[in-house]
Design a binder for this molecule. Structure first.
Ligand code: GP9
Ligand code: MN
Length: 409
C-alpha cells in the first residue's frame, strides 16, 4: 500500500541530485530526438579493426557533444525493451522476463507523460511490428501520443536486411515524418541493423570483418560500421531539414551485442583475458548528448541508463524533484560515481563488484572485499525498492495520495 512507498520515497529524496543551473532548461522549447543504438557497446568507440576506424562518424560527433564514456546499460532479459523502460521511468527492469510484457498495466510516471504535460508531441519510431516486445500496449501506458511502426514505413526487400528495414532508409523516412510533426516534438528512434546475427548486404559492408574463429564477433564490427554511416546520413538529413539546430539529440547504446559466449574472440581483440572485471567493463555503452551551440566534452562519471530520465528532463527544463526515480542528473555536481547492473554487479569510481569479488579498476586485479562492501547493501536495497514498485504497482498510490505535495504538508 502507500505506506510501503513512503520508505522508498525517503530513500529517493536522500539521493536527489540538484540540477546544474547552466544546463537546466538548455533545451527548452527545442525538439528532443533520442536514438536507441542497437547493440552498440562502448569498446568500439575511437578504436580500429584491420587498421580502419569502426565508428568514424561517432568519433567526430562526440567531439561536438557531451560524451559519457563510463555509462553502463542496465538491461536484462527484456533487452531493447528494458532499455526503453529505464529511459522512460528511471526504474530498474526486472531480473526475469520483460517488464514490458509482465507489467504493462501498471501506473507509471514516465518521462513521456512529463513531456506531454509540458507541451511536447511525444512519439516513438521503429520500423518493426508494433506488438514486438508488447510495445503497442506499453507505449499507451507510458503515454506516447504516436508510435510510428511498420505501416508508417515503406519497407521493401531492397531496403531490408537481417531483422527488417535497414537503418539508413529508416532514418531517411523518419526525418520525413518529423517534418510533419507538431513542434516541439520528442521522439525515440529504435535502430535495428546492428542486431545479432549481424548480417549485411555486400554493398553495406564498409570495412572488412575482424579475423577470429568467431563469425559473430567478426561481423559485429561491420554492422557497427554500417550503423555509424547511417547515423552520419541521419545527422545530414536533420541539418538539411533545418531540424538539427532546433533539437537536443540523445544517442545511447541499448545493451551489449557480444555476449559472454564470445569471450575467446573478445579476448583476442582486446589482447587480454576477459575476467569478470573486463566483462563488466564491456557493459559500457555510449551515451552522446548533442546540444546546439555547446562545445564537446567527455564526461567520465560512472553512470547508467537509470540516469537518462532526470538528465534529459532537466535539459528540457522540466523539474523531477517529485518523481519516484532511482537515477540522477548526469550534469549535476552531486551525481555520484555509481552504477548498479541488474544482476547485482556494480561499479564505483575505483572498484567493480563482479563474480562475487571486488576488483580494482586501476590494476584490473582482484582486491579486498572491504572496498566493495559499503556499496553492496545499497545496490541490493535499490534493486529491491525498484522491484517493489513494479510488483506492487505502487505508483498508483503515489498518484492518489500526493503525500509529497508541498501545499498539503
Ligand atoms: C526489435 C528490436 C530488437 O523490435 O527492438 O530487439 P532486441 O532483441 O534487441 O531486444
Ligand atoms: Mn536491442
Amino acid at each position: 500500500d502507500g505506506s510501503e512507498l513512503a520508505g522508498i520515497d525517503n530513500y529517493i529524496r536522500a539521493s536527489y541530485n540538484k540540477p546544474d543551473d547552466e544546463m537546466f532548461g538548455i533545451g527548452k522549447d527545442k525538439n528532443l530526438i533520442m536514438v536507441s543504438m542497437e547493440s552498440l557497446q562502448n569498446f568500439v568507440i575511437n578504436e580500429k579493426v584491420n587498421g580502419e576506424e569502426i565508428t568514424p562518424f561517432l568519433n567526430d560527433f562526440i567531439g561536438e557533444s557531451y560524451y559519457f564514456d563510463n555509462f553502463y546499460h542496465q538491461t536484462q532479459q527484456g533487452k531493447t525493451s528494458d532499455s526503453e523502460f529505464l529511459l522512460d521511468n528511471s526504474l530498474y527492469p526486472l531480473n526475469r522476463g520483460a517488464v514490458f510484457f509482465t507489467h504493462s498495466g501498471n501506473q507509471f510516471d514516465s518521462m513521456t507523460e512529463s513531456l506531454n504535460e509540458n507541451g511536447y508531441y511525444t512519439t516513438a519510431m521503429h520500423a518493426n511490428n508494433k506488438s514486438f516486445w508488447n510495445r503497442d500496449i506499453m507505449y499507451d501506458s507510458l503515454g506516447y501520443e504516436r508510435f510510428y511502426s511498420l505501416p508508417d514505413y515503406q519497407v521493401t526487400d531492397e531496403n531490408s536486411v537481417n531483422w527488417g528495414m535497414k537503418d539508413t532508409p529508416f532514418f531517411e523516412q523518419s526525418v520525413e515524418h518529423m517534418k510533419e510533426m507538431p513542434k516541439p516534438f520528442s521522439t525515440k528512434m529504435i535502430t535495428l541493423t546492428n542486431h545479432y546475427p549481424f548480417t549485411l548486404d555486400e554493398e553495406d559492408k564498409l570495412i572488412d570483418p575482424y579475423t577470429s574463429k568467431d563469425g559473430t564477433v567478426n561481423r559485429y564490427f561491420q554492422t557497427v560500421r554500417y550503423m555509424d554511416e547511417a547515423l552520419k546520413n541521419f545527422i545530414t538529413g536533420l541539418k538539411e531539414s533545418g531540424l538539427y539546430e532546433d533539437s537536443i539529440i540523445v544517442m545511447y547504446g541499448d545493451h551489449y551485442g557480444i555476449s559472454e559466449n564470445h569471450n575467446t574472440a573478445m579476448s583476442q581483440y582486446l589482447g587480454k583475458e576477459v575476467t569478470p572485471l573486463v566483462s563488466t567493463q564491456l557493459q559500457r555503452v555510449p551515451l552522446i548528448i548533442h546540444v546546439p551551440g555547446k562545445e564537446g566534452k567527455t564526461i567520465s562519471k560512472v553512470s547508467g541508463q537509470i540516469d537518462l530520465k532526470p538528465t534529459i528532463l532537466h535539459l528540457m527544463g522540466i523539474d523531477t524533484k517529485k518523481d519516484i526515480q532511482f537515477g540522477g542528473d548526469l550534469f549535476s555536481e552531486q551525481h555520484e560515481d555509481f552504477a548498479i547492473l541488474r544482476d547485482g554487479r556494480f561499479i564505483t569510481k575505483d572498484y567493480v563488484y563482479a563474480g562475487e569479488k571486488c576488483w580494482d579498476k586501476n590494476t584490473e586485479e582482484e582486491t579486498d572485499m572491504k572496498f566493495c562492501k559499503p556499496y553492496q547493501e545499497r545496490a541490493t536495497e535499490e534493486l529491491q525498492y525498484s522491484d517493489k514498485i513494479i510488483y506492487g504497482d505502487l505508483l498508483r498510490f503515489y498518484e492518489e495520495t500526493e503525500y509529497r505535495d508541498e501545499d498539503q504538508q
